[in-house]
Design a protein around this ligand. Structure first.
Ligand code: SF4
Length: 112
């Protein structure tokens, strides 16, 4: 497993938001999709997805993995150890900075 230590935060964001898009809890992340008549919301490839709050509001969440480094090899999973993908991990500080920066720009209301 090749772990990239020297990636920028933007590069990590692209990798780890793409790796998170297969989680069925928020299937709108990881793809570019514009809102259109008859649908709700839009999606950005940078990992911002939509969900619904308990009171029914549609909210935007930054959806990322903390890391895609995994020692296991579940055949259905993009992060399985036998899959030839770039491996990386955020630091806790990077996740905090990304989240608060997106929040302050009114892109998200939470972190998934
Ligand atoms: S390979 Fe298996 S254990 Fe590892 S992240 Fe995927 S589902 Fe989880």
């Amino acid at each position: 497993m090749l772990i990239q230590e020297s990636l920028s935060v933007q590069e990590k964001l692209e990798i780890l938001s793409d790796a998170a898009k297969y989680d069925v809890a928020c299937t709108s992340s990881g793809v570019d999709r514009k809102g259109k008549a008859g649908t709700i919301g839009n999606a950005s490839k940078a990992g911002i997805c939509h969900s619904f709050s308990a009171d029914g509001r549609c909210i935007s969440l930054l959806k990322i993995l903390f890391t895609n480094q995994c020692i296991y090899d579940c055949k259905y999973c993009i992060n399985r150890s036998s899959n030839d993908v770039v491996r990386t991990a955020f630091t806790p500080e990077e996740v905090c900075q990304l989240t608060i920066q997106f929040y302050r720009r009114n892109y998200i209301e939470g972190l998934f």
